[in-house]
Design a protein around this ligand. Structure first.
Ligand SMILES: [Zn+2]
Ligand SMILES: [Zn+2]
Length: 164
């Protein structure tokens, strides 16, 4: 599963928007915060974090909606302009360089299970996590949890954003 030639296609419900993740993501969050619960209408959100330049539009375009967020700094949610399904978000912390792809919009979401559960302080009580699963009450430091390869990829993005 570590081959970089792997790609993952996804899109919205009406199929106007089609996109491709050209590699595996940096990390996958299962977020149990109340904001994600409200935005999904369910119990958690599953987000695959990946560099923006590793996401290709295959078809259509997205409409970016500025939306309030838990941090107070807002998030930009990219939605299909026709059916309004959200395909990814960008948060203030990581900026435009990292997209949080909504794993449920992938054609084969089963390939990207969570690497960590976050904001478990507000996890709905019926959701039980496997005992060996990384989980934090709120957020975490990437330097402590991400695999070495993902940290190296992140360092490339950070170096690039400092040059601007
Ligand atoms: Zn659509
Ligand atoms: Zn959340």
């Amino acid at each position: 599963m570590s081959t970089e030639s792997t790609f993952f296609d996804g899109g919205c419900t009406c199929r106007f928007v089609r996109y491709r993740m050209t590699t595996r993501p940096l990390f996958v969050h299962c977020c149990h915060c109340r904001w994600c619960q409200r935005e999904t209408g369910a119990s958690f959100a599953l987000n695959a974090l990946i560099e923006a330049d590793r996401v290709q539009m295959l078809q259509g375009e997205v409409e970016v909606i500025n939306t309030p967020s838990n941090s107070g700094k807002g998030q930009k949610i990219s939605r299909c302009p026709k059916c309004r399904i959200a395909v990814w978000s960008n948060y203030a912390g990581a900026g435009d360089a990292i997209r949080f792809i909504r794993v449920g919009t992938l054609d084969e979401p089963d390939h990207l299970p969570p690497d960590i559960h976050i904001y478990t302080a507000s996890k709905q009580p019926w959701v039980s996590l496997p005992p060996d699963m990384p989980a934090v009450a709120e957020y975490y430091r990437a330097s402590e949890k991400w695999p070495k390869e993902s940290l190296e990829r992140r360092a490339v993005i950070m170096a690039r954003s400092q040059k601007r």
